[in-house]
Design a protein around this ligand. Structure first.
Ligand SMILES: *Cc1c(COP(=O)(O)O)cnc(C)c1O
Ligand SMILES: [Zn+2]
Length: 402
């Protein structure tokens, strides 16, 4: 394991890591992967009580690095940034009014570098890797994470090895090439790519950036939670719909809300949003566990979906996602391929935003939940669009009509 130089001087309040299963603490002085104790994700912990006032944000840059005190990178010299974060928060007034919603919002993560919210996680993970002196990284990916890793590795002068399913739209494969990454195509889903990663990396020469197998991607993703609060002037939505694959975004946003309560940036007794994890019917391990059809997702078999980022059949973060759904009084549901396509088109032509199918699935889910009475017309509802539709043209082309 690489070690950090002794006692960095820093603005970061990052203190230690804990095992998400048993809370065993670990030092951040060395680079970690899964917890040695339980083989589960590690979570960064900060010294938040007595932390800074949220007024520090007033004159900060419009990127996720504006939250540097609650991020794990110790020195600005190690920030590997392409301007990620602080994405638009758009009111969907026309779409909302036409469908019975009076307070409907979209946070558009498709505006990030490399076209998805994966930029946040990979910017953070590569920055930390850079801080520890890592020289190369490897990742199994459904598409967006690989592209983001390739870009940030290029910027950090690190080697990048990306393993993705052969059926991934060409835009993802080719963009990795232009960033100088070594790309491997696999017949199968992301779990098959993960097996290939283990084989390619048997000597451990590259840092494995698989979802939640290193502790820092989630720290980048959590900045979405900080932004939601700040951009909504600290009045949180009643409900957040999120397209869940590996789950780092869902878990990260919730972690951010808890941290802001500890910091005093949000009242301790605030009513936090109900979190809805939206999946693709073709690959809905979380839904099946939620409905009691299986004890957990460890044996789940998924099929490919137009929403490539949701094809994660056996997410290691499943227990953490389920916790968020229970604590927030949320739920999970699966959306059909045809409904996603309809929603891409409806949002495109009504609001001028080209959503990834993952994000479009949220709109179908919101309408279903309103119809069922789980949502009410006056709820402030936030759709978190995770990616840009432009990368998915190969997937969507068969649905072009006249
Ligand atoms: C990866 C991805 C997801 C799933 O994100 P998780 O945080 O891993 O649950 C959703 N949408 C898009 C566009 C993605 O690339
Ligand atoms: Zn443990």
């Amino acid at each position: 394991m690489s070690a950090l130089p002794a006692s960095p001087t820093t603005y970061s309040l990052f203190d230690h890591l804990i095992c998400s299963a048993c809370r065993q603490p670990y030092t951040p002085a060395v680079l970690h992967t899964l917890s040695p104790c339980c083989h589960m994700p590690l979570l960064a912990q900060y010294t938040l009580t007595g932390g800074p006032d949220k007024r520090i944000l007033l004159h900060r840059e419009g990127t996720m690095w504006r939250y540097r005190e609650v991020l794990p990178v110790f020195s600005a010299a190690h920030q590997i940034s392409l301007g990620e974060g602080f994405t638009p928060m758009l009111g969907l007034n026309r779409l909302g009014a036409a469908n019975g919603f009076s307070d409907l919002w979209l946070k558009d993560e498709g505006k990030n570098p490399t076209g998805s919210f994966k930029a946040r996680g990979l910017s953070m993970a590569i920055s930390k890797a850079h801080e520890y002196g890592v020289e190369g990284c490897i990742i199994p990916t459904a598409g967006n994470a690989g592209v983001a890793m390739a870009a940030y590795c290029a910027r950090a002068a690190m080697q990048a090895v990306v393993v993705m399913p052969r059926h991934t739209p060409k835009a993802f494969q080719e963009e990795c090439y232009w960033y100088g990454a070594d790309v491997h195509l696999i017949d199968g889903l992301i779990n098959d790519c993960a097996a290939k990663v283990r084989q390619l990396n048997s000597s451990g020469q590259w840092l494995d950036l698989s979802t939640l197998k290193e502790p820092y991607r989630i720290e980048g993703k959590k900045t979405m939670g900080y932004e939601i609060a700040e951009q909504m002037n600290w009045q949180l939505p009643d409900v957040i719909l999120y397209p869940a694959g590996g789950g780092t975004g869902l878990i990260g946003i919730w972690k951010a809300f808890r941290e802001m309560q500890q910091l005093g940036w949000l009242p301790a007794d605030i009513r936090l949003p109900r979190m809805v994890a939206v999946q693709a019917e073709n690959c809905q391990p979380l839904v099946d566990t939620w409905l009691g059809k299986q004890p957990n997702a460890q044996q789940y078999n998924g099929k490919p979906t137009l929403a490539n980022g949701l094809a994660v059949p056996r997410p290691i973060g499943e227990p953490l996602m389920l916790n968020v759904l229970h604590e927030s009084r949320g739920l999970t549901l699966g959306i059909s391929e045809a409904d996603m396509v309809d929603s891409v088109r409806e949002i495109g032509k009504t609001e001028g935003v080209f959503l990834a199918p993952e994000g479009a699935a949220l709109w179908t889910a919101a309408r279903q939940l309103l119809r069922q009475g789980w949502l009410s017309a006056t709820d402030r509802v936030l759709l978190l669009n995770t990616g840009n539709g432009q990368k998915y043209l190969d997937n969507l082309r068969p649905f072009l009509t006249d």
